[in-house]
Design a protein around this ligand. Structure first.
Ligand code: NAD
Ligand code: KPL
Length: 308
């Protein structure tokens, strides 16, 4: 059975190349005919691992192709997920499975609502990859920048997916998680405590060591939010973990900082936006989190970037 991977970007490329080299049938879904033509001219994907570049001629197609889709890895940004799935809906086979790789929360439910007959498996990944646009292969060249792990789970059905052995064979470190929502909430809280402040202070993650009170206050409010949203486990020792991550990634720029610095749209709506909306739904007043959201939105708008 073939995998379809939507999004020939960083994570989509990383997954497609590893599946292909393990002999697992895989097809990449490109945005439109002109992107497909450009991809075909490049002859496939290049994956760079530990400085070694290897080429993978993974076949490509667009959503307009007619072949049914049984297993789909949705590897686009959270703000593109809903429209991407709308275009593919007519191609989903009965009992199709979707793996949703998006960061944050909100996009998964929006996708699942569109495809009630498909199984939606949520993923949370700590792997790191980026596109090396400066290389001759251009954007079809993906650099595997950080070893990590991917947790997969289905909030509605804890039966592990039948294809985990294919991930094993492909060398994709993974684990079936009985509580994927808790993992996604925890990651969202970490991202909310770190990423917006790095944008507003224009600093690396380590720069937040100069703002300990602000970080601590946000962690306290995020902990309150997690507990109210039925995720007390995700709130445990949040502040200590945020401090550990700030220390361990002190030299790095957060993903949101990188997006804003490059003039790209951020996933704010699925991180801080989602957190503030959840607080509001529960009648919870989180003054610092809301003020941070307002400051970040203002900052993005002033730079001509979407603030939602
Ligand atoms: P990316 O921007 O590198 O790739 C996304 C790709 O999807 C792009 O090539 C885009 O053109 C394509 N796309 C969007 N809509 C499409 C459509 N309708 N049809 C076909 N293609 C479409 O993004 P990424 O870095 O791979 O991130 C994907 C998700 O994974 C994000 O939510 C991100 O936060 C998360 N994530 C990324 C990393 C990382 O290291 N890159 C790590 C952890 C989590
Ligand atoms: O995931 C991250 C990001 O930059 O998006 C970390 C490093 C945890 C910072 O929040």
């Amino acid at each position: 059975m073939s995998w379809h991977v939507l999004g020939a970007g960083s994570l989509g490329g990383l997954w497609a190349a590893r599946l292909a080299r393990a002999g697992v049938p895989v097809q990449l879904i490109l945005r439109d005919a002109s992107r497909l033509a450009a991809y075909r001219r490049a002859g496939g994907l290049t994956l760079v691992e530990q400085g070694q570049a290897r080429h993978y001629p993974v076949p490509g197609q667009t959503a307009a192709d007619s072949a049914p889709i049984q297993r789909l890895l949705l590897a686009c940004k959270a703000y593109d997920a809903e429209s991407a799935i709308a275009a593919l809906k007519p191609r989903l086979a009965p009992g199709a499975e979707l793996i949703l790789l998006q960061n944050g929360l909100g996009s998964q439910d929006a996708v699942a609502a569109q495809v009630p007959n498909a199984r939606c498996i949520f993923a949370s990944s700590t792997e790191g990859a980026f596109r090396d646009g400066a290389a001759p292969e251009g954007e079809w060249r993906v650099v595997f920048a950080g070893q990590g792990h991917t947790w997969l789970g289905d909030p509605l059905d804890n039966t592990p997916a039948s294809w985990l052995d294919e991930l094993e064979r492909s060398g994709i470190p993974h684990q079936w998680s009985p509580d994927i929502l808790s993992r996604l909430w925890r990651k969202l809280a970490l991202n909310c405590a770190i990423n917006p402040l790095t944008v507003l202070y224009d600093c690396r993650n380590g720069g937040l060591r100069e703002h300990p009170t602000e970080v601590a206050t946000l962690c306290a409010e995020l902990g309150e939010l997690l507990a109210t949203c039925g995720q007390p486990a995700a709130a445990q020792d949040l502040h200590a973990e945020v401090q550990r991550v700030i220390q361990a990634t002190a030299a790095n720029y957060s993903s949101m900082h990188q997006d804003v610095a490059r003039g790209r749209r951020s996933e704010i709506a699925y991180l801080l936006g989602y957190a503030c909306a959840a607080a509001q739904r529960h009648g919870l007043v989180l003054a610092h989190l809301e003020a941070l959201h307002a400051r970040l939105r203002g900052h993005l708008s002033a730079r001509g970037l979407p603030s939602h």
